[in-house]
Ligand binder design. Structure first.
Ligand code: GDP
Length: 365
């Protein structure tokens, strides 16, 4: 399963946010493939389309799709030099597919800031520098190896060294590896390095309870947004403390609390959706009377592999898929209606599943 890692300096609100995530808690029986680990929280992806589909099909149950957040605490200045268990935490970041970088935008004299004052841009740059330093080490080690291999006269290694030198130069300018335009060959060279600064990032600006609904007035948030925009990254403004309170509530209580705060929905929902997009994920649906369910695929996945998300047998024995887009199904109001209008398509092995497709797989057992 794909994972987003939560990183940030100490005392910025990571644990508070992570606790809200685990409190909000996905129904784990629905997601047996998910990791059971105190540092991993499974979140359901809110999707209005599920309810609309259920309105057509009247299923016994509705199951949203889910993915995982990993709490990666302990990243400090000097981590890349092995300070404060630094290297261990960097290794954890290597295993995630995207990074949610929490930055402190709240003032509170009772809560110590590791650098003595609130300054989100300095904090972001502190963490980013550690990630860049760790990547420089990985790249330099690989350059050495490739140079040795090059002595055999193999041209492939010369190209490898060129690519690595290009990345190294960018890292030395304090820029992340993701800022480099790479050819497919170059991507291949870098793939096994799992560079930390290659992973997509979004910033979660943690504001105080009072500012949860009107964070636009918070000057720190404005700075984070400006910084993120310069990197083409997203910012989700969230109050971790508020989210922790919301996560304890359900149903009407939750609605009322959100209304009191002047929020349309929880910040957690916004964060989950933003992280889902960041991970490069799409959703397709199955809609039967047993259940209407959302499934996660990487963007660009073909029909058999998409079927394999449900069960490996579906992929192995894949014959064809019946597909109707969510919009077409809602517009016609029923499967039968979609079929009559010719909107129910038969697709084969090469079909690239689109976000919102409602799929029915035919397979051999
Ligand atoms: P971590 O070290 O990044 O995991 O930070 P924690 O989640 O443990 O938070 C550090 C402290 O800051 C805790 O005492 C939190 O209750 C507090 N905190 C987190 N978010 C907020 C906030 O929005 N406002 C205020 N005043 N305190 C917060």
């Amino acid at each position: 399963a794909l994972k987003a890692g939560i990183v940030g300096l100490p005392n910025v609100g990571k644990s508070t946010l992570f606790n809200a995530i685990t409190q909000a808690g996905a129904e784990s029986a629905n997601y047996p493939f998910c990791t059971i680990d105190p540092n991993v929280g499974v979140v359901e992806v809110p999707d209005e389309r599920l309810d609309k589909l259920a309105g057509i099909v009247n299923p016994n149950k509705i199951v949203p799709t889910a993915f995982e957040f990993v709490d990666i605490a302990g990243l400090v200045k000097g981590a890349s030099k092995g300070e404060g268990l630094g290297n261990k935490f960097l290794a954890h970041i290597r295993e995630v597919d995207a990074i949610v970088h929490v930055v402190r935008c709240f003032e509170d004299s009772d809560i110590t800031h590791v650098s003595g004052s609130v300054d989100p841009i300095r904090d972001i740059e502190t963490i980013n520098l550690e990630l860049i330093l760790a990547d420089i080490e990985s790249v330099e080690r690989k350059i050495e190896r490739s140079r040795k291999n090059m002595k055999g006269g193999n041209k492939q290694y010369a190209a490898e060294v060129d690519c690595l030198e290009k990345v190294k130069a960018v890292l030395y300018e304090d820029k992340p590896a993701r800022s480099i335009e790479l050819t497919d060959e170059e991507k291949l060279v870098l793939r096994d390095l799992h560079l930390l600064t290659m992973k997509p990032v979004l910033y979660a600006a943690n504001v105080s309870e009072a500012e949860a609904a009107n964070a636009d007035e918070n000057p720190y948030v404005a700075k984070v947004k400006e910084f993120a925009a310069s990197e083409n990254n997203e910012v989700v403004v969230i109050s971790a403390r508020v989210e922790a309170e919301i996560a304890e509530l359900e149903g009407e209580d939750k609605e009322m609390f959100l209304q009191e705060l002047g929020l349309e929905e929880s910040g957690l929902n916004r964060l989950i959706r933003a992280a889902y997009v960041l991970l490069g994920l799409d959703t397709y649906f199955t809609a039967g009377v047993q259940e209407v369910r959302a499934w996660t695929i990487r963007r660009g996945t073909k029909a058999p592999q998409a079927a394999g998300v449900i069960h490996s047998d579906f992929e192995r024995g894949f014959i064809r898929a019946e597909v109707v887009s969510y919009e077409d199904l809602i517009a016609t109001g029923s499967m039968a209606g979609a079929r009559e209008k010719g909107l129910l398509r038969l697709e084969g092995k090469e079909y690239v599943v689109q976000d919102g497709d409602v799929m029915h797989f035919r397979f051999n057992v």
